[in-house]
Design a protein around this ligand. Structure first.
Ligand SMILES: *Cc1c(COP(=O)(O)O)cnc(C)c1O
Length: 374
């Protein structure tokens, strides 16, 4: 067995991309410029011609979508407790009220029955999260949104390359937000993009992205809304263009790695260890993460420490948001979302990244069996 440490995630930037970044650095134009425009154009083509704007994070894209939708004080937004805390923080940032609905234990995504039960007269939007890149039942999600007249801000941070019935996530729906943070399937180091519905939303997205500034009249600029400083640089966009060119290869490799995890662990793995595997689905999911729910007898810190002895890095995505102090102070407490609390305590992410090899996956599986049969 090799003793090089395997991290759970690692970006792969090829030499051509590095050369294109150097070219931007030498060009004298290193902030938002032609590379950003080209990246947005390519993303828009991929998303079926829908308008796309880039930003400096996936977090601000969701905050800006909420602002474009006019959501703020007095409005309720439904989301999942099992996500990166950004998903709920943006609801607080715009002054709205986060409402959590529990997750489905199999998909680990929002349970749409619980979403329906959480809708009130004040509900204005749903923020579904595609954990590990796995979409929800998109037909049912949008049927619920339509029936209750709700906006949808898809937190597709992990879902670039995923699809639903043959259509890429982002090519249909309402607002769709992606992250290009370093660990995502494609990266710009930090960054994100938002898929929009129409030109009016594009105008607002551009204003919120850069201090509310708009071009007006022959003599310059005006400011009529409060915007921030959220633009992507050409340095980041050059990385994004190099990564985006490889999206199909990246997704195919991740699916092959996931298939190998299942093959290597075998059909009796769950019965033998008590751990719970993700649903073996390969048409829609981009396999951003390969996640296990540990059996109750094995604590996550113990599992992580033992895997580390085998030179395997393990991540966890995520601790339940509603149990963080900030959210407890808003009145959330233990027992409110029991499935999210169980999964959030026991979920782990095994190594999954583009430069991971099939042999590496075999090595992880050997370690996994040794640790779980301990
Ligand atoms: C990464 C991530 C975010 C935040 O994206 P940033 O680009 O880091 O701001 C939000 N939600 C989910 C589910 C994520 O995985």
């Amino acid at each position: 067995m090799s003793n090089t440490f395997l991290p759970f995630s690692k970006p792969t930037i090829d030499e051509a991309t590095i050369a294109s970044v150097a070219e931007v650095l030498r060009s004298g134009w290193i902030t938002s410029g032609p590379k950003v425009a080209e990246f947005e154009q390519q993303l828009s083509t991929y998303f079926g011609g829908r308008p796309v704007r880039t930003f400096n994070s996936g977090t601000c894209t969701m905050e800006i979508a909420l602002r474009i939708a006019g959501i703020g004080a007095g409005d309720e937004v439904i989301t999942t407790p099992i996500s990166w805390v950004a998903t709920a923080n943006v609801i607080l940032e715009v002054g709205a009220t986060p409402v959590f609905a529990d997750i489905d234990p199999v998909t680990r995504n929002l349970d749409l029955d619980k979403v329906e039960a959480a809708i009130t007269a004040k509900t204005r939007a749903i923020i579904p999260v595609y954990l590990a890149g796995k979409p929800l039942d998109m037909d049912r999600l949008y049927a619920i949104a339509k029936q209750h007249n709700l906006r949808v801000i898809e937190d597709a941070a992990q879902a670039i390359g995923s699809s639903w019935q043959g259509k890429p996530i982002g090519s249909f729906g309402d607002f769709v937000s992606f992250s290009f943070q370093a660990n995502k399937n494609i990266t710009t180091s930090e960054g994100g993009c938002l898929v929009l519905n129409n030109q009016a939303e594009v105008v607002l997205a551009e204003k919120y992205r850069l201090q509310g500034v708009s071009r007006s009249g022959w003599d310059g600029i005006d400011v009529d809304v409060l915007g921030g400083k959220y633009n992507m640089t050409d340095i980041a966009a050059a990385i994004g263009l190099g990564q985006f060119a490889q999206l199909d290869k990246i997704t195919a490799h991740r699916r092959a790695l996931a298939r190998h995890y299942f093959a290597e662990l075998g059909a009796d793995f769950e019965a033998q260890t008590g751990a719970i595997l993700p649903p073996p689905e390969f048409a829609n999911t981009n396999w951003h993460l390969f996640q296990l729910e540990l059996p109750a007898r094995m604590s996550r810190p113990e599992f992580m420490a033992r895997m580390k002895e085998h030179q395997v890095g393990v991540g966890f995505h995520y601790a339940p948001i509603h149990l963080f102090t900030l959210y407890r102070e808003l009145g959330f407490k233990e027992g409110m979302f029991p499935i999210a609390e169980r999964v959030g305590k026991q979920i782990v992410s095994l190594p999954m990244f583009y430069s991971l090899s099939i042999a590496d996956v075999s090595r992880v599986c050997v370690a996994l069996r040794a640790v779980l049969s301990h």
